[in-house]
Ligand binder design. Sequence first.
Ligand SMILES: NCCCCCC(=O)NO
Ligand SMILES: [Zn+2]
Length: 347
Amino acid sequence: MITIYNHHHALHHGKVEMFRGELVPCFEIPARADYVLQELERRNFGPVQAPSEFGNEAITRVHARRYVDFLAGAWDEWVALDPANAQRDAFPSYWPIRTFRSDVLPASFPARMGLFSYDAGSPLTSGTWQAARAGACCALTAVQRVNAGARSAFALTRPPGHHAGADFFGGYCFLNNAAIAAQALRDAGAARVAVLDVDFHHGNGTQAIFYDRSDVFFASLHGDPHTEYPYYLGYADEQGEGAGLGANLNLPLPRGSDFARWREALARALAAIASFGAEALVVSLGVDTFAGDPISGFRLQSADFVQVGADLAAAGLPTVFVFEGGYAVAEVGINTVNVLEGFAQRG
Ligand SMILES: NCCCCCC(=O)NO
Ligand SMILES: [Zn+2]
């Protein structure tokens, strides 16, 4: 399997995040991608390539231009507020919750930070834009490989993307790499594309981007949002709207779910994707479903991820994998490459 690796990912390196009321060291750190790369190389698991360069138009097929423009200039605006800000990550402090307007574009940078975000857990750093943009290029390059005939390709990148919506960041995510990949597959001629999110957390951003569309099917199995982040989306009654009604499937599972129960939900998602008639598949590959993950709550073991890959391969679709979550850093490489190996073995 071909891996497209984001050599610039470490430019995004948050110092702290707000977690349950206190500033704690970031969980989403550069070592995560480094450990996956090391494991790929240790197993000699196929070529690792750099992404091609793409213009912002492939990004604005999914993200609002005013959001992309904001992200591109955010760090400079943050430092312009106060030179001392160069030593600290940028965080939002205010958000346009219900009854506030979000159609206006405030002059205030702090106000725009809240307009374009939904949580205080996602530090924006000096290199975040460069890293996130290179990550989108990784996803687009992985799509190019699959469109050129490869059975699958893996975009090894951070920051992750599935919580990012058309015009907001959050959940450590800034650009939605999976959504960018799905849209690129559509633009290259696939009439029906599915996005399958196997991360512990619901891909609220991806769901929202495609929610009213019938050409992209979104399926996610994840921690029940009644108790698990992102809390406010990911419920089973969310089935799409308008033309997209029936093209969204949420399979929430209780904290503590084991692999057997999780695998049943995976089978349901894959059956729905087959019924939809998807011609290509994007997998939001988070491995924070691992029992040892510090911020999640399922009980998959490392060996289970091989079976996950085999189950995904059985779908028989050209597949683009996009790296999402997974914070048990010592095992993130093993768990991620186990999925890819299980997939490749069933090839
Ligand atoms: N800071 C709150 C938890 C963010 C979850 C990030 C993640 O792994 N999403 O898939
Ligand atoms: Zn996650």
